[in-house]
Design a protein around this ligand. Structure first.
Ligand SMILES: Cc1ncc(COP(=O)(O)O)c(C=O)c1O
Length: 421
């Protein structure tokens, strides 16, 4: 913390109001247990690259073909990020310029389909992302979106139903990947379905990219036409996204990102991606991926031992969906009570939820951030016990405060490291 205060001294001198809020947010991130499945802690090196002089530079275009001068170092940095990402994922072509996951998906669709074409994606309440064709999103406004469900009996992806919908609607694109699906995704099966109906397969691995790189989840790269991912979730890089594709789609993906949809790339983010990709190529990152899986399984098993219902009965990846229908408290008040106890998560719809999306029945928990800070199975057992206590005593502020104090002690004992490799 003292270190961070030193680092913000320039902001403090110029803008104490913002500096104060930054210091408090830094302290919050260090002293609470962060279980939001899409969040992580980046290394100091990634953080420094993100806050570097590259934020000052404009670079519309691609390495060797820019519209502005002064690119000798920016070009090298972007090429490094591209080469590292290609090696990491075994991809033929990579574009590192998308500003984030949603624009990356937009670019993939732009490259592979025309407005009005049909896109078949996973429905949001069943675990898909907004950009996979949900009604309020561009993906349903610009395209004809058809949504596939999960099975009501198992809550697993219904591949037969995906195939049936694909045959019926003949989509131009099938999108697989999810924001709230706790099981392995069978990319090969999706590719077979896409192949049968002549659709392109887009795999959005925003949540699981780090697990794919670590070898603890199958990779879609050999079977999908285009793969998109954010870089800031399990991959533990800066806020941004990349698009991986076969060589045959390179030109259409690149022109979709620039000049069709974006302007100048965020070079500071590109540099931070290069740093993160190097970190992700190490044996330490593989160990990180294995630790995520072990932690998620432990947390899931412990929660079930306290009588919590987990969608699909557990997890294969970094996240789990807890259905609180059998508890006295639904998702939103539970997330709020957990926050009072120093445990941060998000409320989440569970499949076939009878409650509205803004006041749903469940919570979503993920272990990427806590695994980065060195928590292991012992800490997972403690966290499960605290979550149980919060569910039982959510209307007892003193009990929540005493859990919060214990959470703080644990966080102080296991500070977030600066270096991961
Ligand atoms: C599967 C998936 N795709 C795309 C995105 C969008 O990423 P962003 O928030 O960076 O636009 C998310 C975000 O959570 C996601 O879960």
């Amino acid at each position: 913390m003292r270190d961070f205060a030193e680092r913000v001294q320039f902001i403090q001198r110029q803008d104490p109001e913002v500096a104060d809020l930054l210091i408090r947010e830094q302290e919050r991130q260090e002293l609470v247990i962060r279980l939001i499945a899409s969040e992580n802690y980046v290394s100091r090196a990634v953080m420094e690259a993100t806050g570097s002089c590259l934020t000052n530079k404009y670079s519309e275009g691609y390495p060797g073909k820019r519209y502005y001068q002064g690119q000798e170092f920016v070009d090298k940095i972007e090429l490094l990020a591209i080469e590292r990402a290609k090696a990491l994922f075994g991809a033929e072509h990579v574009n590192v310029q998308p500003y984030s996951g949603s624009p990356a998906n937009l670019a993939a669709y732009y490259a592979l389909a025309e407005p009005g074409d049909t896109i078949l994606g996973m429905s949001l309440p069943h675990g898909g992302h907004l950009t996979h064709g949900w009604k309020v999103n561009f993906s349903a406004r610009f395209y004809h979106a058809v949504q596939y469900p999960i099975r009501p009996d198992t809550c697993l992806i219904d591949y037969d139903e995906v195939a049936r919908l694909a045959r019926e609607h003949k989509p131009k694109i099938i999108v697989c990947g999810a924001s709230a699906y706790p099981r392995i995704i069978d990319f090969t099966r999706f590719a077979e379905i896409a192949h049968e109906v002549g659709a392109s397969l887009v795999a959005d691995i925003a949540h699981i990219a780090g697990l794919v790189v670590a070898g603890v989840h199958p990779s879609p790269v050999p079977v999908a036409d285009v793969v998109t991912t954010t870089t800031h979730k399990s991959l533990r890089g800066p806020r941004g996204a990349i698009i991986l594709c076969r060589a045959q789609y390179a030109k259409s993906i690149d022109t979709a990102v620039f000049p069709a949809l974006q302007g100048g790339p965020h070079n500071h983010t590109t540099a931070a991606m290069a740093v993160a990709f190097r970190e992700a190529s190490t044996p330490a990152f593989k160990a990180y991926g294995r630790a995520i899986i072990e932690n998620a399984r432990t947390l899931a098993a412990e929660l079930m031992s306290y009588g919590f219902t987990l969608v699909t009965g557990g997890t294969d990846n970094h996240l789990m969906l807890v259905d609180l229908s059998n508890k006295r408290i639904p998702g939103k008040p539970m997330a709020r009570a957990l926050e009072q106890a120093g445990i941060i998560c998000n409320c989440n719809s569970v499949p076939f939820d009878t409650r509205p999306p803004f006041d749903p029945s469940g919570i979503r928990l993920g272990v990427c951030a806590v695994t980065t800070r060195g928590f292991g199975p012992d800490e997972m057992r403690l966290i499960a016990r605290w979550i149980h206590e919060v569910a039982e005593h959510h209307d007892d502020p003193a009990r929540l405060a005493s859990i919060r104090a214990a959470v703080r002690e644990l966080c102080l004992a296991k500070p977030v490291p600066d270096v991961f490799v």
